[in-house]
Design a protein around this ligand. Sequence first.
Ligand code: HAM
Length: 402
Amino acid sequence: MINPLRGMKDLMFEDSQRFVHIITTAITVAKRYGYSYIETPILEETALFRRSVGNSSDIVSKEMYQFEDKGGNDVCMRPEGTAGVVRAFVSGKLDRQPAKQKFYYYGPMFRYERPQKGRLREFHQFGCESFGEASVYEDFTIITMVGQIFNALGIGFELKINSLGCPECMPPYRQNLVSFLTDISEDLCADCNRRIETNPIRVLDCKNEKCQSLLAQSPKLIDKLCKACDTDFKKLTSLLDDAGIAYEVDTNLVRGLDYYNKTAFEFVSNEIGSQSAIAGGGRYDKLVEYLDGKPTPAVGFAIGIERIMELVQMPEREREGYYMGAMVPEAVEKIIMLANRKRTSDKVTVEYSSKGFKSHMKGVDKAYARYAVLIGEDELANNTVWIKDMESKEEKTVAYTV
Ligand code: HAM
């Protein structure tokens, strides 16, 4: 028997219903905010992720599903959605249009991580990317949109925010941080030591408890932001206060992807174990330029679908559509014709074998149909059908024509 690969899952029945419910709810909210659907390829040139997510990030350095295709091209299964959407924005020359563009997407992402609860190798994201809007109002709006999606799904969350500064305030801060880290390097873990060289900001995100206690004294970027970044971050917090959205400023929130500047945020749930981030995002004003487009400010987010599956409150199931069956073999084909006609507008479950009344009524409950429609001997003789409304319990016999 061939099973799915490690860290990959089939979704069916209750799980796939949850999946569809999450996606349709998120789409409904995203459309209200003016987002339109974008579909980009799962396979992209590896260079795209190297240049966007960043060579020194864990995602690119350790977790890529990367291979050479039959034409000798270095390709990669996308580990996230933003890079592909930005690539499409530039390839489609949308950077040369004055209009602001907003896209939503959903689909599978691939990261060769060590699988555990809430961490898969193939997982799904729903994401949004907004191009052309430099205002911090857009950061606020995007955060409220994620909150609205979670509210609509009945999911509780905590919001963490931080600012990652800009090319003016980040480099001097980075230098400052590197000298602090170099001084304490002997006591930091091997991963942190490697990162001091390659990506010092990511040291702040180390999960090792000893490192975290040493890092409590580290310089904080939030105290060293330039005037523009500081004003924007204060504006963001005051907007969130005014909107009554609770948040925590987490100075260690640096995100695992290198393209962010200014606003970074994560939504976490304390009900799902250690992999608690249910959505993440932020501003990435330089990425369009890095990928050879005209400078275009941008901000976005992605929700991890599998992580919120068990948190979602599903709407109460309602009886729906028709169950149709024959109680004499001669009526089977009439039932099939009737069902096909009805299916132009309604959900119909059809039983192909002729059965007794009780057996059909069990089928009605199993299909959770609103109406039972049966043809027995009398109905066949009179060209009628027997219908029962399973909610009002009303029964009637009506003329039947195909
Ligand atoms: P990310 O934080 O890497 O951001 O991923 C977003 C969400 O995807 C996470 O919060 C988590 O819920 C889910 N996720 C990530 N890795 C896994 C995994 N191995 N298994 C299950 N779920 C996972 C991004 O991907 C950015 N592209 C978000 C963004 C969009 N930023 C701006 N625009």
